[in-house]
Ligand binder design. Structure first.
Ligand code: ZN
Length: 693
């Protein structure tokens, strides 16, 4: 596209101003684009480029002419080989149309091809080293402690009188603005709907945003479900959930649930979370249970989801936290077993702001009624623990995908946006949980399971194709449609205990154990406890990271910076040569050194990033920094599909467009840049992606 001279001049002025560190203030009305002029070429809002440019931003490349509206649909974790098969079988007619008349390609993901890193690369158009989101979990090198890899939530702070002095917040670790914010700063109106790992909601001068994956529950966790059952012996906290026993007298059982955090009380004390009563009454003959919450009483039959219910947790006379949740009756006969979804933000009064404008979530509730707000929107934790059935899970996925489709299509119908970006996590979650029934070599594979659920993943792809069709019907000829998945999928049959491998090879030392051939950490020694750092040279935490115990960086580092590269190289070579003793299969397709990470956050990069071959991943114990006895573990978890530390080269996502693109190898960092170009917007030069058309 040809830059016009006026534009170029303004850009140069802007660059100069930015170089001088001057903030430029712009007073004006909305964008130069006419909201209704979809598809009509429009002058780029040049003045606003200068006026609304991000502070300390890189220089901005010249803008061009708006060619039309942009729509981007993101489907988390869609595997290209399955898409190929379904395209060939005629099962994805709308995507086939795009392939035949526009483009279809493999999409290069981020390193590692994990949702946090990949979606952050999508948003910022930069490699992982620039935005700094490497993994779901990472470490604080000074104390070898775990840290959430993409950000953390902080509960509200209260004064002595119980009034809020500081509201709850989520602090993202991502460096760099999203491309929709960059577009917004140039007067373009964007809707960003449920894009993963784009929380908290960004300030947009126009347009709207609803946060998705990354939004916590009111307890500050990714998602904490409640399971009420006669088979639970005692209250117990498990991964992702709380089990509470039901004891019936005359068919009535009472429990209390710990709800919102009371920051005035110690975390571990009974008062640390506001307790609220619940009462269950069972009609075993009719297989029905009635549940009395403080707000209402509802009737629920076996295998049925309840409607949404509202909660109010009075933390203090001056502070009440509102939440929503719903129930699913797993059993209501001889046994009573009821699941309750996590206590998630109330759209009318979210614990932490989850939309832009702030009132947007409330407006959505006025329009659609109560809706799911938890970012981890499908309860994989509960399915893994049998607290929620496979069928209930899949029913929830199907309904949620439909709701998200409606939201997206409705936003397009409003005809006010220059760009609509929407994302779905259903395909990813179903793949994680149901890969066991599509890989005959998976330890949990059964013929019966394959018959019943062998096409669970395909069903989400069909839903995706249906959504694509509805969106295509709304496009004007000049509108650009791009569809992506952030990464593909692999089977997870065996997990490598990476720390155990490091111990066996003399790189990591367990306190008090001198023989590396037999040393291991015990179950209660998680999160890098139990290692002797004065004798350890490397360790692993998270889905696929290895860190050198570096002098001056790690709290008790012993490896000098000069020796670190050679050590990383030695570990890399040895791991690449490592094969499964049982089958002879190689575990790794690639292992990346930290040079692949460039930019503002590269100092935080792992020293080695593992790239597993199909079938292998880091074990769960590795993720949490332990070194169990066995080197390799069979994965008998329903969490049976993975991609988190697969080799990026073998885990591409998909890319479709209604336009022909200029490369066979698009990357996840390219879509935002392409969108900005198409909208005639200026592109900051530190964005690494290339325009695809
Ligand atoms: Zn993903």
């Amino acid at each position: 596209m040809q830059p016009n001279p006026k534009m170029l001049l303004l850009t140069l002025v802007l660059m100069l101003l930015l170089a001088l560190g001057l903030a430029v203030v712009f007073f004006g009305s909305g964008g130069a684009q006419s909201a209704n002029a979809i598809g009509a070429p429009t002058e780029s809002p040049a003045a606003q480029v200068a006026a609304n440019a991000p502070k300390q931003a890189a220089p901005i490349a010249p803008a061009g002419v708006k060619k039309g509206r942009v729509v981007i649909l993101g489907f988390d974790g869609v595997e290209p080989t399955i898409v190929d098969t379904m395209l060939d079988a005629g099962e994805l007619p709308n995507l086939a149309k795009l392939r035949d008349t526009g483009s279809y390609a493999r999409l290069t993901s981020a390193i590692p091809p994990q949702s946090p890193s990949a979606w952050s690369s999508f948003a910022t158009c930069k490699n992982t080293g620039a935005h700094g989101i490497y993994d779901f979990i990472t470490r604080d090198p000074s104390r070898y402690g775990p840290r959430k890899g993409f950000g953390s939530s902080e509960h509200a702070k209260l004064g002595p009188d119980g009034a809020v002095t500081e509201p709850a917040k989520f602090v993202s670790l991502r460096k760099g603005d999203s491309f929709w914010k960059i577009a917004d700063q140039q007067g373009l109106k964007c809707a960003a709907l449920l894009v993963p790992f784009a929380f908290p909601a960004e300030d947009l001068a126009q347009g709207c945003m609803l946060c998705g994956l990354g939004v916590t529950d009111i307890r500050g966790t990714d998602s904490t479900y409640f399971s009420f059952s006669e088979s639970h012996a005692a209250p117990e906290n498990v991964a992702g959930g709380i089990l509470l026993p039901l004891s019936f007298t005359d068919n009535v059982a009472s429990v209390t649930i710990p709800g919102a955090r009371n920051p005035l009380k110690p975390y571990g004390s009974p008062e640390g979370f506001v307790q609220v009563p619940l009462e269950f009454t069972v009609d075993r003959g009719a297989k029905k249970v009635s549940i009395k919450t403080p707000a209402e009483t509802l009737e629920l039959a076996e295998n049925e989801w309840s409607k949404w219910i509202e909660w109010s947790f009075e933390v203090s006379p001056k502070f009440t936290v509102k939440a929503i949740s719903r129930f699913y009756a797993m059993e209501a006969g001889d046994q009573v077993n009821v699941y309750m979804a996590c206590l998630q933000f109330h759209p009318k009064a979210p614990y932490i702001r989850l939309s832009t404008p702030e009132t947007y979530s409330s407006e959505l509730m006025d329009k659609y009624g109560l809706f799911k707000t938890i970012g981890w929107s499908f309860d994989t934790h509960a399915v893994r623990k049998d607290a929620l059935s496979d069928d209930a899970f899949l029913e929830d996925v199907a309904n949620s995908m439909t709701w998200n489709e409606r939201l997206t299509v409705d936003e397009m119908d409003r005809n006010v946006h220059d760009m609509v970006i929407a994302a779905w996590t259903g395909p990813d979650r179903v793949s994680h949980m149901f890969w066991r029934f599509r890989d005959q070599k998976h330890p949990l594979y059964t013929e019966a399971g394959a018959k019943q659920y062998g096409r669970a993943v395909e069903n989400t792809y069909k839903a995706m194709d249906g959504t694509v069709g509805k969106v295509m019907a709304k496009l004007a000829p000049d509108d650009l449609l791009m569809i992506l998945s952030d990464h593909g999928f692999k089977s997870f049959r065996k997990g490598l205990n990476v720390n155990t491998w490091l111990v066996r090879n003399g790189f990591l030392n367990v306190v008090g154990q001198t023989d590396p051939a037999t040393a291991y950490t015990t179950k209660d020694q998680s999160f890098l406890s139990g290692f002797d750092w004065t004798k350890s040279r490397a360790y692993s935490l998270g889905l696929g990271s290895i860190f050198i115990n570096m002098k001056g960086r790690e709290g008790q580092g012993i490896v000098s910076a000069e020796d670190a590269d050679a050590l990383a190289g030695e570990i890399r070579q040895k791991l690449l040569a490592f094969t499964d003793p049982e089958t002879g299969e190689k575990l790794f397709d690639a292992i990346y050194t930290k040079e692949v990470f460039t930019g503002a956050a590269s100092a935080d990069a792992p020293d080695l990033q593992l790239g597993y071959a199909d079938g292998f991943q880091s074990s769960k114990a590795t993720v949490s920094g332990s070194a169990p006895e066995a080197l390799l573990e069979i994965n008998d978890d329903k969490w049976s599909g993975e991609h988190g530390s697969s080799d990026v080269a073998n885990t591409p996502g998909i890319f479709f467009s209604n336009k022909k693109i200029n490369t066979e190898k698009p990357g996840i960092i390219d879509l935002g840049v392409t969108a900005l170009h198409y909208l005639g917007a200026a592109v900051p030069t530190d964005l690494e992606g290339k325009p695809l058309l």
